[in-house]
Design a protein around this ligand. Structure first.
Ligand SMILES: [Zn+2]
Length: 238
């Protein structure tokens, strides 16, 4: 469970975990909103790029980040927030900002497939480490823990109510889309399996065509794009 939020709407869904091929995590909101990104720690703004207008899948090096902000945190680590919306960045180079302050808005600039936040953390030795450790840092206060338990209870209640309501309402509105909002890992195959949908290559190819993912070859980025849609409940059924 995330205890340090990075989206102002506090409904983070991780669509791509940290791995050797992707030393960062990708985050989307659980709904179709376009939330602000907030700082995960106090620190000084080191780099701001705010003038990239669009997605560019041929970009190289730093350009792959699109609009991004790099913050040298008080704990000595560096946080990098990438793919932000054009001209949405609210902080300036050299500015000291606090945890929870708005940095900018989630976007799809640079080498991004779908709107998401790509978050990287580098330690003092410039080694990229798993940002999930920061996001899931345990609170030491017992009061806080109790509050979290209550919040969790409320969430469970809301979910129970929602599923009850579903039985009484006309379900046609969601019948055209697949959704795997409960899936929190990085594999499209596993995500489809988790909701009982055929995950074979041929079936994914059909899903790709239906969802405008052209020339599907099961590449990393194509799969992430499909996974992002699925996690947001926006993957069109075949
Ligand atoms: Zn990423």
């Amino acid at each position: 469970m995330i205890t340090t939020h990075v989206l102002e709407s506090m409904n983070e869904v991780i669509t791509n975990n940290y791995s050797n091929d992707h030393k960062a995590i990708d985050i989307v909101p659980s709904d179709n909103s376009e939330p602000n990104i907030i700082s995960i720690n106090n620190g000084t703004v080191e780099t701001v790029v705010n003038d990239i207008k669009s997605t560019n899948h041929k970009s190289k090096g730093l350009d792959t980040y699109g609009n991004y902000v790099k913050i040298k945190q008080d704990n000595g680590k560096t946080a990098l927030y990438a793919h932000m919306k054009y001209n949405s960045i609210k902080v300036n180079k050299g500015e000291y900002i606090k945890k929870g302050e708005v940095i900018g808005t989630i976007g799809e600039t640079g080498n991004a497939y779908g709107k998401h936040l790509h978050l990287e953390i580098q330690n003092k030795d410039n080694i990229k480490e798993n940002p999930i450790v920061t996001l899931k840092e345990n609170s030491t206060s017992s009061t806080k823990n109790n509050n979290q338990k209550n919040v969790q209870k409320n969430i469970t209640n809301i979910q129970t109510n929602t599923s009850k309501n579903k039985n009484h309402t006309n379900p046609t509105s969601n019948n055209n889309y697949l959704s795997a909002k409960e899936y929190h890992h990085g594999s499209i195959v596993d995500a489809l399996k988790s909701i009982g949908i055929n995950s074979s290559y041929n079936y994914r190819k059909k899903l790709a065509i239906k969802n405008g993912i052209t020339n599907y070859k099961g590449s990393y980025f194509q799969n992430i794009k499909m996974l992002n849609l699925l996690k947001q409940g926006k993957l069109k059924k075949v």
